[in-house]
Design a protein around this ligand. Structure first.
Ligand SMILES: [Zn+2]
Length: 86
């Protein structure tokens, strides 16, 4: 099983969230930060959600731009400290 990396915005612990309908014929997995609102989209498998999360950790700037709800002070700290790779 792929280990989840810490949140790219606040360093918080990432957790797997499972969404499903009442009779579980529709199930989706996403990864959420336990501290801020960072999260992936919803995917059909938990492995895919984990992979996306871990990839996003290394691609913080684009993720930040796609998630305006993540404009917290924590996110801006990450943006300032992690944006020096260009
Ligand atoms: Zn976070």
């Amino acid at each position: 099983m792929t280990e989840l990396r810490p949140c790219p915005f606040c360093g918080g612990r990432a957790r797997l969230v499972i969404r499903h309908n009442e009779d579980c014929t529709w199930v989706r997995y996403l990864i959420c930060c336990s501290l801020c609102d960072a999260k992936t989209g919803k995917y059909k498998t938990s492995d895919l959600a984990r992979t996306v999360w871990n990839n996003r950790v290394g691609d913080g700037n684009s993720y930040y731009n796609k998630q305006p709800s993540c404009e917290t002070s924590n996110g801006q700290e990450w943006f300032a400290s992690g944006g020096g790779n260009f």
